[in-house]
Design a protein around this ligand. Structure first.
Ligand SMILES: *Cc1c(COP(=O)(O)O)cnc(C)c1O
Length: 457
């Protein structure tokens, strides 16, 4: 009878090391491919398909909650993290892992740095997971814990920063004009743990000089986090401009089909943070995955990962078409007598057009492209705006955005209702503003729908 000893564990570790180095070599080859090729294939190869995937050309979904082990040695090696494992789906899942790798490779595309991706159950979970460890009290510099954020953020982010983080003793300091780098500088002090911005923001389309803000953050030994939900890596990759962490609500543009709530964190290796231990910041994404994430449980479901993998394959194509459509619609609206004002980063007269144009470009093509979020103000007031809005026939009335279908909302009565009149004034949300997220329909059909609704005003 053979008695299993520690050498049995060692055998599994050695086998895993061989597998890991082959995997790394494959990843290095994938990194050298173009954006679209990475988006289409990710890390899933024919080799993998034939070793357990039944030859399927699409990544399989692994719905199983947990992984079984051949024997106690393999179990010990796995649960002590000595070999790759997905032991339990809250911690890790093979289908989710395919998506995490794809997103990491796309965000780090064209960047000297490498990155690790971590998928979450929602965009809000991604933001919370990414920032919480940075704000922990036991880290050095426990006095006056704060962080600095662009004021133009998604409503959920605003609440998380303003209310939830304040409850824990971390103060948010808002930058009102994030395109002015000196405003960021004035708010940073010894207690500042990180800088944060959403770009382009919704619905104001605020923008910051990514490289300048990243340099500023690093000169203070802190990371810069960018929520790039609206841009997606097909148009903008903040890591290549110095940002340390990128956040996505995959519920929005990256998941344009609109069938899942999900999010992701993509963190640069060797990120800057004077508050984190060296081994944590060497691979913050992996550390988050193995430790805090495991304990708080905001995992993405494998079915969701499967849907998003399918979406990401055509990301560049969709972003290019939806951006082109948005520009066409914006030009139409800018010339329309019943429209008072149009805000779209893609219009030459937008004050942030040049700044955004430096960062938002179609990948591998280089032509400026500004995404599919815009807003405009209907001539008149709240009443006229509702007449227009109610007259839309094909454009969906919803608070949603990032869709392959054109969606419109009136922020003052929906997304920004809770803020009250004064709050809206501060945020620059008048009653006659319509937020429009242009989809992939033919632009002329979208214009026809908007035109007939404006004719009712
Ligand atoms: C929707 C959104 C979020 C939150 O994402 P959920 O997936 O809804 O939790 C965060 N940031 C931006 C820019 C968003 O639009």
């Amino acid at each position: 009878m053979t008695v299993m000893t520690a050498s049995g564990v060692q055998a599994y570790v050695e086998k895993a090391q061989k597998y890991m180095s082959e995997r790394q070599a494959h990843r290095d080859r994938v990194r050298d491919l173009r954006f679209d090729t990475i988006a289409v294939h990710g890390m899933y190869s024919a080799e993998e398909a034939f070793s357990g995937g039944q030859g399927g050309i699409i990544e399989p979904i692994f719905p199983s909650t947990s992984q079984a082990y051949r024997d106690s040695d393999e179990m010990e090696a796995a649960l002590s993290y000595q070999i790759p494992t997905w032991c339990y789906s809250r911690i890790h899942n093979p289908t989710v892992f395919y998506l995490e790798e794809t997103l990491a490779l796309l965000e780090a595309y064209g960047c000297e740095c490498d990155a690790t991706g971590l998928c979450t159950s929602s965009g809000m979970a991604a933001i919370k997971q990414a920032i919480e460890p940075l704000l922990a009290k036991q880290r050095s510099g426990t006095e006056n814990i704060n962080f600095v954020s662009a004021a133009q953020t998604y409503g959920g982010t605003f609440q998380l920063f303003n209310v939830r983080m304040a409850e824990r003793g971390a103060q948010v300091r808002w930058v009102r004009e994030p395109w002015k780098t000196e405003e960021w500088e004035n708010l940073i002090d010894e207690g500042t743990r990180f800088l944060y911005a959403e770009m382009p923001s919704n619905p104001q389309q605020a923008f910051a000089d990514i490289q300048a803000v990243a340099d500023l953050a690093h000169s203070h030994g802190i990371p810069f986090i960018v929520d790039a939900t609206i841009a997606t890596p097909a148009l903008m990759r903040p890591l290549a401009h110095g940002a340390d962490i990128v956040i996505h609500s995959l519920s929005k543009t990256a998941g344009a089909g609109g069938c899942t709530i999900s999010g992701a964190i993509i963190a640069r290796h060797d990120m800057v943070s004077k508050h984190l231990d060296d081994e944590v910041k060497a691979d913050y994404g992996l550390w988050l995955k193995l430790w805090p994430f495991r304990d708080s449980g905001p995992a993405m479901s494998p079915a969701t990962a499967h849907i998003i993998l399918g979406e990401v394959r055509t990301l560049r194509l969709k972003m290019e078409q939806m951006s082109r459509n948005t520009l066409t619609v914006a030009h139409f609206l800018a010339d329309h007598p019943r429209v008072e004002r149009v805000d779209y980063l893609g219009l030459d007269d937008h004050p942030l057009h040049d700044l955004a144009g430096r960062y938002m470009k179609v990948v591998d093509d280089g032509s400026p492209s500004f995404g599919h979020l815009m807003s405009f103000n209907v001539a008149g007031g709240a009443a006229e705006t509702r007449v227009f809005f109610d007259g839309l026939k094909r454009t969906w009335r919803a608070t949603d955005l990032g869709r392959i279908k054109t969606v419109a909302t009136i922020p003052a009565i929906s997304t920004h209702q809770q803020q009250g009149e004064e709050g809206r004034e501060l945020a620059g949300i008048p009653a006659n503003m319509v937020r429009l997220c242009v989809g992939a329909e033919h632009a002329e059909d979208t214009i026809a729908d908007i035109d007939q609704a404006l004719a009712l005003v």
